[in-house]
Design a protein around this ligand. Structure first.
Ligand SMILES: Cc1cc2nc3c(=O)[nH]c(=O)nc-3n(C[C@H](O)[C@H](O)[C@H](O)COP(=O)(O)OP(=O)(O)OC[C@H]3O[C@@H](n4cnc5c(N)ncnc54)[C@H](O)[C@@H]3O)c2cc1C
Ligand SMILES: *[C@@H]1O[C@H](CO)[C@@H](O)[C@H](O)[C@H]1NC(C)=O
Ligand SMILES: *[C@@H]1O[C@H](CO)[C@@H](O)[C@H](O)[C@H]1NC(C)=O
Ligand SMILES: *[C@@H]1O[C@H](CO)[C@@H](O)[C@H](O)[C@H]1NC(C)=O
Ligand SMILES: *[C@@H]1O[C@H](CO)[C@@H](O)[C@H](O)[C@H]1NC(C)=O
Ligand SMILES: *[C@@H]1O[C@H](CO)[C@@H](O)[C@H](O)[C@H]1NC(C)=O
Ligand SMILES: *[C@@H]1O[C@H](CO)[C@@H](O)[C@H](O)[C@H]1NC(C)=O
Length: 528
């Protein structure tokens, strides 16, 4: 491996005989190139190479051939068009790299690392799995290399049925259709089309969270490629600090190629959407708060309670997703909702794949999208305040073409936050001492880039006012779910000072050159 790396690096001209550059190259990735030998270029050749500004993409093409693709090729265009939001799909990387083996990823990270040292600013890269982050640059990069991991599709259930190895390129519906057929499940995303890599490294909320905690709490092993190109297993006994860091640390430590997740026996269950009439909304807020605060939270109950602005009628409606992960219809725990008048219902007993495909159908690709988030202590008054604020903030923008504006409330009772401690911990900074909290997700969708600024301004105003209300009510919580955060929010700071310090220490240890801080600029970073 080392020999191949060094050979490849010198083959593409990343070493040149300028003393300064050679010194920097030698100080580059600390692990693989112990037998580093600079290639022999004359000063003239070296100058020429520098002037050509040898692009990282052409260097990578030399090594990886048609795994590197360029604009207007089918592979490149298909990859870039397959992001969820239009903002991400409109970012044009210089090239897309589609590795098919872990060795490909190791070699590429190693070469990009050296390239970044030799040609500062020219070898920036992005890491992409399902491509479902709404904001631009999180998993794609203008003037850089996008590493598209979608070929990592392995799905291997262990012989003892206790775990499954999931390649980061899978979408959750792929995972579940395979597991459903074996009467198994794992704690993962709820929308079939969403990717494994981003959701899991950012935390992850599952239908099974009240039973098993956040999605990241169920990862028993990350196979991860570090900035040096080294591949390691991060688990309870091997690199345990990295294991914990990756549970919430997103793309700050390396590229995860495989997640080994705990599985459990799971058959069909009851789920779907119910529409509730708007006139009982205050009762619904009370029902949500009672359920969230219940001293005996039913761990089979999961809920995404959404109030949606109807821009045509200038009014609001409620469409709530209920899942009860047992084959039992209308369980008593949901009764305070299900006894209210309904406008429609898709409730049924079915399999996990089917429920996640139902949710995927209501979240199509190809629009301008914004997510923004907040976390608050259980309170019907705070929910009512957020609803009122969501209404006043949408009014000045209700002329925007294609506007959709909805607020989803999701319970995060202590039964969820208690699970991390027993499973090796995570970096999210949540525990039972936070009490019963709820997540608020604003989803805005619209047609034209010209309206981006207006939408963002109103979204910021919404969360500033929600924070003021929470302060008055004594219901604030610093946690911001990273996978729902807007680019102008700071979810990592919300993990708390101790977790931030531990994450920064892990970054210095496993990525001493800060490749995943500066050369991978997308997403939420550890150092400000
Ligand atoms: C329609 C929809 C439904 C959703 N439903 C849920 C849900 O049910 N539960 C929930 O918790 N969240 C949900 N989310 C939020 C979701 O968790 C995030 O959008 C998440 O980032 C998606 O992961 P991805 O792999 O598709 O994203 P990507 O955009 O590809 O990646 C997200 C971030 O993670 C990094 N990353 C990706 N893969 C790797 C890897 N292998 N190694 C290192 N870094 C990596 C990327 O660089 C990027 O910064 C939903 C989002 C959408 C759009
Ligand atoms: C891709 O094709 C379009 C339309 O044919 C053209 O305008 C554009 O310049 C091409 N882009 C590149 C990078 O070749
Ligand atoms: C899941 O349910 C859907 C819808 O009923 C069905 O078409 C599919 O075959 C089921 N999948 C498995 C693996 O049972
Ligand atoms: C943890 O990593 C070690 C070292 O690579 C490996 O031998 C072991 O199997 C891993 N454990 C799990 C649970 O994957
Ligand atoms: C349902 O509502 C009743 C009366 O308001 C309340 O006492 C009870 O705790 C609620 N049940 C749940 C599960 O929230
Ligand atoms: C939106 O409002 C229009 C006009 O009042 C109405 O016809 C339509 O049914 C509403 N849609 C929903 C989903 O409530
Ligand atoms: C939303 O705001 C409009 C305009 O101020 C107002 O007419 C309407 O009653 C409000 N709706 C709700 C549900 O608060």
């Amino acid at each position: 491996m080392f020999a191949r790396l060094v050979l490849a690096a010198s083959a593409i001209g990343f070493t040149i005989a300028s003393p300064v550059v050679v010194e920097r190259a030698a100080a580059a990735p600390s692990s693989p190139p112990s037998s580093w030998q600079p290639a022999q270029y004359s000063p003239d050749q070296a100058r020429q190479l520098m002037q050509q500004k040898l692009s990282c993409c052409s260097g990578l093409s030399f090594v990886f051939g048609n795994k590197i693709s360029y604009p207007n090729s089918t592979v490149y265009d298909t990859s870039v068009a397959s992001y969820w939001s239009l903002q991400e799909a409109q970012v044009e990387p210089n090239c897309v790299f589609k590795p098919t083996t872990t060795t490909d990823v190791q070699l590429a990270v190693f070469l990009l690392h050296i390239g970044g040292k030799l040609f500062p600013g020219q070898c920036e890269f992005a890491v992409r799995s399902g491509g479902h982050t709404p904001f631009s640059g999180a998993a794609n990069i203008e003037n850089g290399v996008t590493i598209d991991l979608q070929s990592f599709k392995q799905l291997i259930v262990a012989a003892d049925r206790q775990t499954v190895q999931i390649g980061t390129g899978n979408r959750w519906a792929d995972v579940y259709s395979s597991l459903d057929a074996q009467q198994l499940a794992t704690s993962g995303g709820r929308v079939g089309i969403v990717g494994v890599g981003g959701l899991t490294t950012g935390g992850g909320i599952s239908f099974f969270s009240p039973r098993y905690g956040f999605v990241c709490d169920n990862v028993v092993n990350f196979q991860v490629i570090l900035a040096s190109g080294l591949i390691v297993n991060a688990n309870a006994t091997s690199y345990p600090d990295l294991w914990r860091a990756l549970r919430g640390g997103s793309n700050n430590f390396g590229i995860v190629t495989t997640f080994t997740m705990r599985t459990f026996e799971q058959g069909k269950f009851w789920g779907g959407f119910i529409g509730l009439t708007i006139d009982t909304i205050q009762q619904q807020f009370q029902a949500f708060t009672d359920l969230l605060s219940s001293p005996q939270y039913d761990p089979y109950a999961a809920l995404i309670y959404s109030v949606v602005y109807n821009v045509t009628g200038r009014n609001w409606y409620v469409a709530s997703n209920f899942e009860y992960t047992k084959p039992q219809a209308y369980p008593p725990f949901f009764q305070n909702f299900t006894s209210l008048p309904q406008t429609f219902s898709t409730m049924r007993i079915s399999n996990l794949t089917d429920f996640t495909l139902e949710l995927a159908a209501s979240n199509p690709l190809g629009f301008r999208q914004l997510f923004a988030t907040g976390t608050y202590g259980a309170s019907a008054q705070q929910m009512a305040a957020i609803y009122r604020i969501a209404n006043t903030t949408v009014q000045p923008i209700n002329d925007i073409a294609g506007l959709k504006w909805s607020i989803s409330f999701q319970p995060e009772p202590t039964v969820i936050t208690s699970k991390a401690a027993a499973n090796g911990g995570n970096s999210l900074g949540l525990s039972t001492s936070d009490g019963n909290i709820f997540n608020v997700l604003l989803t805005a969708t619209w047609d034209n880039a010209a309206d981006d600024a207006r939408v963002n301004t109103q979204a910021k105003s919404l969360f500033a006012q929600a924070q003021a209300s929470a302060t008055t009510l004594g219901k604030t919580n610093p946690y911001l779910y990273l996978n729902y955060a807007a680019p102008w929010q700071d979810p990592i700071a919300g993990y708390g000072a101790d977790n931030v310090a531990a994450l920064q220490a892990a970054s210095k240890k496993y990525d001493p050159d800060s490749v995943f801080q500066y050369q991978v600029p997308g997403g939420f970073k550890l150092f400000k």
